[in-house]
Design a protein. Structure first.
Length: 79
């Protein structure tokens, strides 16, 4: 099974045996640069240890951070 197929299988799962809430790896009162740095570290760490679900969760939070807290497309593209 390819990595793409594994991730697709995880995303299509409708009845997981247990649900684990994953909190954001940063606090809301931090500045943007610190949040971005922590998100990058968390994403790389979950990828390195091979935890696909946590990797997807961290990528989701990273996308949310970039979409909601960047001022414009130029800043979003920079990060």
């Amino acid at each position: 099974m390819t990595p793409y197929q594994c991730i697709l299988k995880d995303l299509r799962e409708t009845q997981p045996e247990y649900v684990v809430p994953y909190p954001k790896p940063y606090e809301d009162n931090m500045n943007f640069e610190e949040k971005f740095r922590l998100m990058n570290e968390a994403t790389e760490r979950s990828k390195r240890v091979g935890d696909r679900v946590l990797w997807l969760v961290n990528l989701f939070y990273l996308g949310q951070l970039l979409e909601r807290q960047t001022k414009d497309n130029k800043q979003r593209n920079y990060y």
